[in-house]
Design a protein around this ligand. Structure first.
Ligand SMILES: *Cc1c(COP(=O)(O)O)cnc(C)c1O
Length: 458
């Protein structure tokens, strides 16, 4: 049984592990608990479907139990406030807002307003990051620059079950370079009977194939919640002569990242999952400092990547800004960038280290409750946890596999005002986010699961 610390904590505080009192005590000692008030939490009426299950009608006006930050993070209230300021700026200043901004966020340099915070979240230097475009678009742009196949080194390594968009993007690049994907794509899979990838197996494939040009994996796997050993894998791939890129969609704002120190070549992420920047928000890119002054690397250029000092001279010759900024194309959308700013302020105030510490406890609590409260169901094979047991190898998400009746369980959770998400064929993902989720949220999802499963599997 994992997560001894949770059991020991309950014991040392004198509580029953499964009690509401223990959840309350954990919430009370949580120094990040006040951040919950920074977020808008939907009420149960909005999320429970057509047949809500409630004890009292008035429960429908209570906040839902939102455990879906892996898909779309909740709205930081200050994002709305900042965006309202942008409407004011636009209304009051028109085009002047690009340089003279009533709130001191001139649009012409809005990327600078988020750069430092963004760098902190991914463990980078400011010159290495840029808010830009959307995730899949950035994957394409990075492939243009960092996937440079030669006759002897032309393959790309990804996970066999990579997020479809990454798979499509990589295959489309092979096509566009005239390489047959059946030859150019190498995938790594879990071993027979296992759900997650072993680092040694990934490294083994890298070492056994001397024709891999690029290794591109996800930092945290979207389906299983596995947090890959990024530093180790990056090093092994470099030693084997490969470029290394990471898709951090599920890692950013979730797990500790040190992209600069780990010597990652490039990384991309979206901002609407754990970064809470709103649906379709502006994404981010990391390009290591070692490339910051290299203007010869091929790239898809746009005017916003040109040096700021000469951008408005409108010269036909492209002079890239140093670092990741030189890979921008268009002037960034102000509203989503401002949402990102509002959200990143919270990350700065809370601190990634503190968030991670709470996250580890929160997810261990979830795991322990699942394996205790739902012990009979687990032993009967009604569900199992796919995500690694080792906290070092996961973020906040636990992926629960239901070999049967997954959709029924999911619907029963929804009816009870629990928001998580399902991924077909068999998985429900539950992700307690340390910025806004409480220990009581975790207790509630497990209580609701028990109620639902006792009904469904009786
Ligand atoms: C969420 C996610 C995406 C989504 O891509 P968009 O371009 O933002 O729509 C892509 N890749 C991974 C790994 C994801 O988790």
């Amino acid at each position: 049984m994992p997560s001894n610390t949770i059991q020991e904590l309950a014991k040392s505080l004198g509580y029953d592990l499964l009690s509401v009192d223990f959840a309350n005590a954990l919430d009370k000692q949580d120094k990040l608990a006040h951040f919950r008030d920074e977020f808008a939490i939907p009420i149960r009426r909005q999320v429970s479907g057509d047949h809500p299950v409630v004890a009292n009608e008035s429960d429908l006006d209570e906040p839902c139990t939102y455990l879906c930050g892996n898909s779309l993070g909740l709205m930081p209230k200050r994002a709305r406030k900042l965006v309202e300021q942008e409407f004011d700026a636009w209304a009051q200043c028109g085009v002047e807002g690009h340089w003279n901004h009533p709130y001191n966020r001139p649009w012409a340099v809005i990327d600078e307003a988020v750069k430092d915070s963004l760098a902190r979240v991914v463990g980078a230097k400011p010159i290495e990051v840029s808010p830009m475009n959307t995730l899949t678009a950035n994957v394409h742009f990075m492939l243009v620059s960092f996937y440079r196949p030669t006759d002897t080194r032309f393959k790309i390594l990804i996970e066999s079950k990579a997020f479809p968009s990454d798979h499509y993007a990589v295959v489309s690049h092979l096509h566009s370079r005239g390489i047959d994907p059946a030859v150019g794509l190498i995938t790594v899979s879990p071993r027979e009977g296992e759900s997650t990838l072993r680092t040694e197996d990934i490294i083994d494939v890298i070492q056994k194939n001397n024709d891999i040009a690029l290794v591109m994996l996800s930092g945290v796997q979207y389906y299983t919640g596995q947090y890959f050993e990024m530093e180790k894998i990056t090093k092994a791939a470099h030693d084997a002569g490969c470029m290394v890129g990471w898709d951090l969609a599920h890692a950013v704002g979730n797990v500790p990242l040190k992209l600069h120190d780990w010597n990652v070549d490039f990384a991309c992420w979206c901002s609407y999952k754990y970064l809470n920047s709103g649906p379709g928000a502006i994404a981010g890119t990391f390009i290591h400092e070692k490339y910051a002054h290299d203007s010869t690397r091929p790239r898809y250029a746009g005017w916003w990547g040109n040096e700021k000092s000469t951008r408005f001279e409108m010269a036909p010759e492209f002079r890239p800004s140093e670092g990741a900024a030189g890979y921008q194309l268009s002037n960034p959308s102000i509203f989503p960038t401002t949402c990102l700013l509002g959200s990143l302020q919270l990350f700065d105030e809370a601190g990634m280290d503190q968030l991670r510490a709470k996250s580890v406890l929160l997810t261990s609590y979830l795991e322990t409750l699942l394996l205790t409260v739902l012990k009979d169901h687990q032993e009967a094979g009604h569900f199992r946890i796919l995500t690694p047991v080792d906290p070092e190898q996961r973020g906040c998400q636990l992926s629960l596999e239901f070999p049967e009746k997954m959709l029924q369980v999911f619907a029963a959770l929804q009816a009870r005002g629990v928001v998580c998400d399902e991924r077909k064929p068999t998985v429900i993902r539950i992700s307690p986010a340390p910025l806004y989720n409480s220990f009581n949220d975790v207790l509630r999802v497990v209580t609701c699961l028990k109620e639902a499963m006792n009904e469904i599997f009786k």
